[in-house]
Design a protein around this ligand. Sequence first.
Ligand code: ATP
Length: 295
Amino acid sequence: MSILKVINLKKSYGKVQALKGINFEVESGEVYGFIGPNGAGKTTTIRTILGILKADEGKSEVFGLDAWNDAVDIHKRIAYVPGEVNLWPNLTGGEVIDFYMNLRGENNQERKSELIEMFDLDPTKKCRSYSKGNRQKVALISALASDAELFILDEPTSGLDPLMEKTFQQCIFDLKKAGKSVFLSSHILSEVEKLCDRLSIIREGEIIESGSLDDLRHLTRTNIKLKTKKAIEGLSELDGVYDLHEEDLFYQFQIDTDEFSKIIKYVSKFEVLKLESTPPTLEELFLIHYEGKSK
Ligand code: ATP
């Protein structure tokens, strides 16, 4: 069942066409990544999903409801963490978290304390003295302490240090285990790689690719390091082999991931002593798209 459906969404700010007709669907219980560089249209998409912005064309549906017309009902069932967190300067972090929990009619103090400890937040400090990372922690704890069905997180870890990023990842795994759905926007690809079931890549207001990581990996190449006993004949002529370097029967090259088994079968005839294969990172995949090479 799809929990979030974005249909042909278009939005312009004056002459800037921020969204050029985007489509994707998030299934119930999945963690969905929304990846793109700064200015790609991630926040604009999220704002239309939240019913804060009205789309020029197309629409978003959350829980089968219309994002613009049914925003109030939708908001009761979602938790949202914005990219830029602004808090009331005179309240403490703990008070802000309580405020958000009360707004939702929730009061799970045990969960709140657990999260405060996990994120190592001092909740007694006034928000005006918090760093960007600490403000982000307050927003994250408020969201994660809730019993929402769908969590919409806009660049949630951009101000967190690596240790806290780990904590965040654990929390996302826990949400998934609990059957919740998560929509996670990011330009940090390694973060998404570990967490997401599926993802869409957005660039200049257009979705350029959607699918599971495995679906997207076939678009790029696997790096191979190989040592053989005998010289490999005809390797450079094989289909799907690129960028070949050889020194003393030590070979380094890239292959089309689709051709993997065919190429491995071929080289095995030359007595493989050592083989190392590195799958492409999302970073590489993304760079290919970002530079527009594969379009
Ligand atoms: P970032 O990670 O930098 O927030 P993003 O992917 O979230 O980027 P958006 O903030 O959605 O991207 O911006 C998409 C495009 O729309 C950009 O070109 C941006 O400059 C433009 N834009 C966003 N908000 C406004 C606005 N209020 N007025 C005019 N242009 C805007």
